[in-house]
Structures are given as C-alpha cells and as structure tokens.
Design a protein around this ligand. Sequence first.
Ligand code: UT7
Length: 345
Amino acid sequence: MTEPIPSPRVKSPNRAVRKVQISSLGTHVPPRVMTNEDLEKKVKTSNEWILQRTGIRERHIADPDIATSDLASEAARSAIEKAGLAPSDIEFIVVGTTTPDHFFPSTACLVQDKIGAAGAWGFDLGAACSGFTYAVTTAAHLVASGAHEHVLAIGADVMSRIINYEDRTTCVIFGDGAGAVVVSPAVDPELSIIDFAHEVDGRGGEALRMPAGGSRLPASRETVDQQLHYVHQDGKAVFRFAVRNTVEISQRVLRRNGLKPTDVDLFVCHQANRRIIEKAAGELGVPLEKVVINIERFGNTTGATIPLALSDGLADKRLKKGDLVLLASVGAGFTVGSVLLRWAY
Ligand code: UT7
C-alpha cells in the first residue's frame, strides 16, 4: 500500500433525523449454473422432488477462484454507477454475509479496496438470511443521523463453499449471489424508508448452523473428517419458524404504521423455499400477484435473495416509483427482520 489513507469523512453528527431512500440497486450472480439435473448426478434426488418441495430449478455457483467479496464488489460497482455516484462518494459499507472471504479482514474491507471507496469505513454483519434487511437498517441509520450521505448496504454469499454436496437435504437449496443498494438522504421525503422491525430468537441457534470453524470448535482434522464445516439444519423446524415469523414481523411493522397487508404493492421476502413464501403471504393476506418469487432461478442465496428479487421486480416493472414495498427475512440465529419503504425511483 503506497497511498496514505484519507482522513475519515465523518461529519459532525447532526442529531436531526432525516428521511432516507434506497437510491439504486445492483446485483451480481456468478455465470455458472447448476441445475436440478446436475444435482441428480451427485445425490439421490430428483428434479421433481426439488421443484415440488422447494420451487428451485437451478442456482448459480461461483468458480473456485471467486469469493464473496468478488460478487459483492460487482454488485456494489453496479449500484454506485446506477446512483450516478463515484466510489469515492461512498462513506460506509456494511456487508451482510455468512460466508465472508476470511474471519478477518472483513469482507467490507476487501470490498472497500476492490471498488476504490477511499475514505469509507465499514464492517461485516452476521445475520445469515436476514443479512440484507439488517444491513439496510444499519445503513439507513447512518444516513438518517446525518453522519453520512451515501452508504452501501450489501447482502452477499457464496453458500456453495459451506454446503456438503453429499447431503441431499441441504445441497439442493442454496446458491451464490450478491446484491447492493446505495442508501442516501431522501430526495422526496414521501419516497423513503418508513420503518423497520428486527428481532432475534437465539433459542433457534441449533436448528441452522455451521458447527465447526469458529472459536467453539476450531478447525481440526477431526472436524473436517466429521464434516462439521458445512451447513447443518433441521429443515422442518426452520420452515415452521420462518413462516410464523415472516408473518408476525410483517404484521407488526404494517400495523404500527396504520397500514394493512392489502396496502402493500410489493412483498419481497427472503427466498428460502417457495412453499414458505406462499404460506407466509397467504397467512398475511398479501395476494400472490404482489409477491416476488424468483427462487426458481437462484435458490437460496442467503444475504442476496432480497436484492435479487427486487432486481427482478424492477426488470419486469412490478416494482415502480412510489410503490409501498415490504421486505421480510428470517435466517439462522434465528434472525428476523422487516423493512417498510416507498420505492424512490
Ligand atoms: O434461509 C433458511 C434456510 N433454510 C430453510 O429455509 C429450510 C426450511 N426447510 C425447508 O425448506 C424444507 O424443510 C426442506 C426443503 C429442507 C425439506 O423439505 P420437507 O418437505 O420438509 O422434507 P422432509 O425433510 O420432511 O423430508 C421428506 C422426505 C424424507 O424422506 P423420508 O424420510 O420421508 O423417506 C427425506 O429424506 O424427503 C427426503 N428428502 C429428499 N428426497 C429427495 C430430503 N431431501 C431430499 C432431496 N431429494 N433433496
């Protein structure tokens, strides 16, 4: 490193909270596609079972030399460009990820360097499949407080690195991808982030986890032999919790803003299983034509599912300026989150 690190651009805190918006969205998935038929060659499964039980037809898988920061940086560059900004305009980067390149340095540091966001600071956020909603809420507060103008909230994962491709109960579900949004002061206060709700229920920790590789059970020959560096899950417990809590957190954030589920123009929830999304939307009372479901093409990309779904909503013009958008997520932990906003562009 030859250049001196620029002095941080944290402004003197302006305590007057201001409205904030999502100014742009960028996504990236690795080009290689793994179909259900490809998985039929690896484990005892079938295209029919996977489609019927999960709604997934294919997922994107990163090549061996690609890591989370690579996908995240592509998504970030795209978001920055679409916002009409330069990388140097970004003052803060938060990356929601379960598959960081390393324990340290953080993926946020790697992204900052790769995209050339000189002077930005940031960190990784561990909320599993709620990584994106948690990142958006974190980013929004740093703009709302007046501390920063333009910040990046990213959800990115290379789940294929922690999946056991001999375990049919998990390997059919996950895929790789990244999504990033630029969060900025609202141009029109009516078109802004309205509210959020988050909670964790740590009692669910056992239901979905990677048992080894951390300080509890460091990597060793034995942990590798016992395949403890892979995703282990109690699928049924996660399914039940996901449906109940997607509904509950969505109802809570709507109710306290005087809104009904039928007021929502677009419901974009974490894509873990088509049946979870349909059941949650049904119990909530949001008609399916207002629900984005794109799990068929991407599988569960953990931190990236919501931005990938928003991107599809924009592409097929189901997501428009002024729409009331409800984001909702449930992930390992358990983590639960929702963000309510009026789409700004
Ligand atoms: O973001 C959070 C990430 N995780 C989740 O969201 C997971 C939530 N849970 C789920 O999505 C579902 O529970 C799964 C997709 C994981 C499993 O679906 P399920 O309908 O709950 O299946 P199950 O576990 O009840 O298994 C039914 C049968 C079993 O066979 P037996 O015991 O009835 O003979 C499984 O061994 O299906 C079998 N099975 C499979 N068969 C073919 C499990 N996985 C597969 C497979 N292909 N891939």
